[in-house]
Design a protein around this ligand. Structure first.
Ligand code: HSE
Length: 436
């Protein structure tokens, strides 16, 4: 049998501890599958004394993750530290430069430095694996990078943040407030250290930027993402969506259009009958639309120690199975230097359906004025519904659903309605996404 693969793990939080535990518990199974042992021979973390509920055995302890990354004791450096710069970047770069394979779950790091790191990995002939960085345990990177060879991807979209999906699911199912659901998500360990990263869409944006590169062969561009979070979603939106046959999900969407690539993260209405609308709680799902497959949907656990560890271990196992001299595929599907520049499509040019919820003064002519603004901007309406507002006699809620139209037209129409002075609160606009 080949020699054991020597692995160093930096970062022993929930995921890191789970990786160590699973490598131990599943040692014989992994050895059988890989044809060699996977040995966690070294670790690094901030606090040496903390009880993590794992047995670190004879693993060598490094106070400095960069020293671990460079150590000739390890062949694979597993980065589970987190953060887009700092020690995570320094250690991953050091490992690649030293000719070590790298496995990382760090979406923020990859979304900012992925292409530069890929270039080093490719030059050094080592692997940079990052399955756990997108959608936790779902093998979406492997699917896009390997299984979809020859497919032409037109759109990739999905629920990539467990915290947001958990919050939206419970708000809908139990009528709970946004704040209460967020507290539970934090207690259960789904949310990032700073939960604004989850709820304002940054976490989804980081993941989406990686999928965009794989889908369209372009450089990663996480700064070019239109982003809206879910903190403005209310029970009124959730109830209106249900009445109209929709469900609200925070989606990340990357799509090829005539004017470039759209990358957007926002609360989205999806038909309640669609498969993605059935994805509840902390579960993630990624839909990939291709010429050969139509829509492929992968769903599964997107957060949590064991689910993320599953993806990390899959990446380590791939390295254990690779052989010296074997030509590794490029990190982002095509060589880093051949990735095309990212060409951003303007959000104002986005074409799609829109849900618009307006709270208006209850007086003559309001309905007609709204309809006029829509017509003036060439917006064709699929439905228009008016509700009395039980809490405030003098107010009415008007809900409009448009046929496919341009974002610029919707913005102009809503600006016009606001100027007309009929609204009592800020208008709510939610994009509708086509989904199978
Ligand atoms: N905070 C993330 C989520 C964890 O809620 O999905 C995985 O990236």
């Amino acid at each position: 049998m080949a020699e054991a693969l020597r692995v160093g793990i930096a970062g022993l939080g929930t995921v890191g501890a789970s990786v160590v535990r699973m490598l131990q518990n599943k040692a014989s199974e992994l050895t059988r599958q890989c044809g060699r042992q996977i040995a966690p021979v070294a670790v690094s973390a901030r606090d040496r004394t903390r009880d993590r509920g794992i047995d670190l055995g004879n693993a060598q302890w490094f106070d400095d993750p960069v020293a671990l990354a460079r150590s000739s004791e390890v062949e694979v450096f597993v980065e589970l530290i987190g953060g887009e710069d700092g020690i995570a970047l320094e250690s991953v770069r050091a490992a690649l430069e030293a000719g070590r394979h790298v496995v990382t779950a760090n979406k923020a790091l990859l979304s900012k430095h992925g292409v530069a790191l890929a270039a080093i990995a490719e030059k050094k002939g080592v692997l940079l694996n990052y399955e756990a960085a997108v959608a936790g345990g779902i093998p979406v990177i492997k699917t896009m990078r390997e299984a979809l060879a020859g497919n032409h991807v037109s759109r990739v979209f999905g629920i990539m943040n467990g915290t947001c999906n958990y919050i939206l699911t419970r708000m809908e199912a139990e009528g709970l407030s946004f704040e209460d659901c967020l507290k539970d998500a934090q207690r259960l360990g789904y949310a990032e250290a700073d939960p604004t990263f989850d709820i304002e869409g940054h976490d989804t944006a980081h993941k989406l930027s990686i999928l965009t590169s794989l889908a369209f062969g372009c450089r990663i561009s996480a700064d070019d993402i239109y982003m809206e979070g879910i903190s403005n979603i209310t029970q009124a939106d959730i109830r209106a969506a249900a009445e109209l046959g929709y469900r609200i999900k925070l989606l990340g969407v990357a799509q090829k259009t005539d004017s470039g690539i759209e990358q957007r993260v926002h609360p989205t209405m999806v038909p309640v009958s669609s498969v993605i609308a059935q994805v509840h709680g902390v579960t993630n799902a990624v839909a990939i639309e291709t010429d050969m497959l139509g829509e492929l949907l992968l769903s599964g656990p997107g957060a949590g120690g064991d689910a993320t560890a599953s993806a990390v271990i899959g990446d380590i196992a791939d390295i254990a199975k690779s052989r010296p001299g074997f030509q590794h595929g490029p990190v982002f599907g095509r060589p880093a230097k051949e990735l095309a520049p990212y060409k951003r499509a303007r959000m104002r040019a986005h074409a799609g359906g829109y849900f618009i919820r307006l709270t208006v003064h209850d007086r003559t002519g309001v309905f007609a004025a709204i309809a006029r603004r829509m017509a003036d901007n060439d917006i064709s309406l699929e439905s228009i519904v008016q509700h009395g507002d039980a809490s405030e006699e003098a107010h009415k809620t008007v809900i409009l659903v448009t046929h496919e139209t341009m974002e610029a037209s919707v913005r102009k129409a809503v600006e016009g309605i606001t100027k007309d002075g009929h609204l009592t609160t800020k208008p709510q606009v939610i994009r509708i996404e086509r989904a199978a």
